[in-house]
Ligand binder design. Structure first.
Ligand code: NAD
Length: 462
């Protein structure tokens, strides 16, 4: 398998993909390792995760550089990701004792009712490339602390990172076989689904998530799905500082080149604020500096896949054909601001489309790139109708100085996360879960532990 950088199109490394045979060996080793790992006291498990965090800090320059090289995000964002993945792991370390020792529930003098939480066993974590450390930590930290072993299949676009993670876990003292990276693309993902694992935790697109859920359904084991989003943002006519709203929306749309599950994918603006908003937003989008993500003066790097650029072009053409106005961007970038050749990379201009409608694909699909449609709405009722006009339900954002008004709007929108005066952010303290086609079950918060356990109720009479 060739690891190709989306920056210059160069081959970074060639790696052998796993085969069905090598996968079976990894699975057998994981079964043996898990039986020992589950018996290790929680205190020792947390020490391994603490050490893992120390190591990601110690090696941050190499890890961030490799992440940037293989998926194109700005170096600064790779560092930010490493930092936030540590914060997530530390959250689980700090909460573990409290949530993982339920114990005695009732004792009536004759019978004791005791609740115990057993691990699921050996689980698969099949993952996406856009935030391998963050979306990975959401799964590994609670799964390891609850005594599971993990077969981790990073995306084929984040394999180097996946291999780094396995190495760091071993260096942190995790026994061999407890965390194993599996190398390959969709075919190896399918092979994992066909093995007798005890649970599946998937992060990726709705299409793949649905295929995995169907594939493993016969096994009747837990399947967690964190899928795509078509996240709306609504600016009401009651905002204190429209400039701040523009800056916040701009980051929500273009951070990581729009390749975040919770990136803002559609903007609705109350008609009284539309003209001012669209003007300021477009000017700021045009001013974003795009180029080699290793050069820290660039705000946007490459997308992860060159092939995705064709999809973005199709969305833009579809919108323009149906009457949208191209206000900024719209094309591939072949040359950087300092004249450097970017023609072999996956670079795309930050793109803003005005006069959009819900007949256009840009407002209905997940662009997963630096392309946004902005639409004027008459009132809150119309905004709510459009916000709900999607198959997805991951996040939704409303900007208003009237918090009660914003809450009332968001309560009528189907989404797992509701943002007021902020967007495109994740906190370890709240569950990360999507409604409709955005997912099933979820990770993070104290609830995130319970995705990886099966309860046993002891009823003991002495
Ligand atoms: P993808 O669905 O193409 O691939 C995800 C993983 O599934 C990869 O490891 C891939 O090799 C594997 N895979 C592909 N086909 C498979 C099959 N048939 N069986 C088993 N495994 C298979 O998604 P992607 O392009 O890597 O990621 C982008 C998507 O992920 C977007 O939709 C994004 O919104 C979503 N995402 C969601 C979250 C969340 O928390 N909800 C977070 C990050 C990304």
């Amino acid at each position: 398998m060739k690891i190709i950088s989306p920056i210059q199109g160069e081959v970074l490394k060639e790696i052998n993909e796993d085969t069905y045979e090598s996968l079976s060996k990894k699975y057998e080793a994981a079964c043996i390792a898990q039986k020992k790992w589950k018996e290790i006291p929680l205190k020792n498990k947390t020490q391994v995760l603490e050490k893992f965090c120390e190591l990601t800090e110690k090696h941050k320059d190499t890890l961030a550089r490799d992440l940037t090289l293989e998926m194109g995000k700005p170096l600064k964002e790779s560092h930010q990701e490493l930092k936030s993945s540590r914060a997530r792991i530390k959250f689980f370390i700090e909460q573990a004792e409290k949530y993982l020792s339920p114990g005695l529930q009732k004792d009536d003098g004759r019978t004791q009712d005791i609740l115990e939480l057993d691990p699921l066993g050996v689980i698969a974590n099949i993952s996406a490339w856009n935030y391998p450390y963050n979306i990975g930590a959401n799964v590994w930290a609670p799964a390891l602390l609850t005594g599971n072993a993990i077969l981790y299949k990073p995306s084929e676009f984040a394999t180097l990172t996946g291999l780094h993670i396995e190495k760091l876990f071993l260096e942190a003292g995790l026994p061999e076989g407890v965390f194993t990276t599996v190398v390959g693309g969709g075919a190896i993902g399918i092979a994992l689904c066909e093995m007798p694992l005890d649970g599946y935790f998937f992060v990726g697109s709705y299409k793949t998530g649905k295929a995995i859920a169907e594939n493993v359904s016969k096994k009747l084991v837990p399947v967690g799905l964190e899928l795509g989003g078509n996240d709306p943002l609504y600016v009401t006519d009651e905002v204190k500082d429209l400039n701040e709203v523009v800056d916040s929306a701009l980051e929500g749309v273009f951070y990581n080149n729009g390749q975040s599950c919770c990136a803002v994918k559609r903007i609705y603006v109350h008609k009284n604020k539309y003209e001012v908003f669209i003007h300021a937003f477009t000017e700021k989008a045009k001013a974003l500096k795009v180029g080699n993500p290793l050069d820290e003066s660039n705000q946007q790097g490459a997308l992860a896949r060159v092939s995705h650029l064709t999809y973005l072009e199709e969305l833009i053409q579809d919108a323009q054909k149906k009457g949208a106005k191209l206000l900024a961007g719209g094309r591939r970038i072949l040359e950087g601001s300092q004249g450097e050749d970017l023609s072999k990379g996956a670079f795309f201009e930050p793109t803003v489309l005005g006069s959009v409608t819900h007949q256009m694909r840009i407002m209905k699909e997940e662009p997963f790139g630096p392309v946004i449609g902005v639409m004027s709405v008459q009132d809150d009722a119309e905004a709510i109708r459009y916000m709900n006009d999607t198959e997805y339900g991951l996040t939704a954002a409303v900007y208003s100085s009237n918090i009660e008004r914003a809450k009332s709007i968001l309560k009528q929108v189907e989404s797992g996360t509701a943002y007021i005066n902020c967007c495109d952010r994740v906190t370890a303290y709240l569950p990360w879960n999507g409604r409709k086609h955005s997912g099933l079950r979820g990770t993070l918060s104290f609830l995130g532990f319970y995705e990886f356990v099966q309860p046993r109720g002891w009823q003991i009479r002495n």
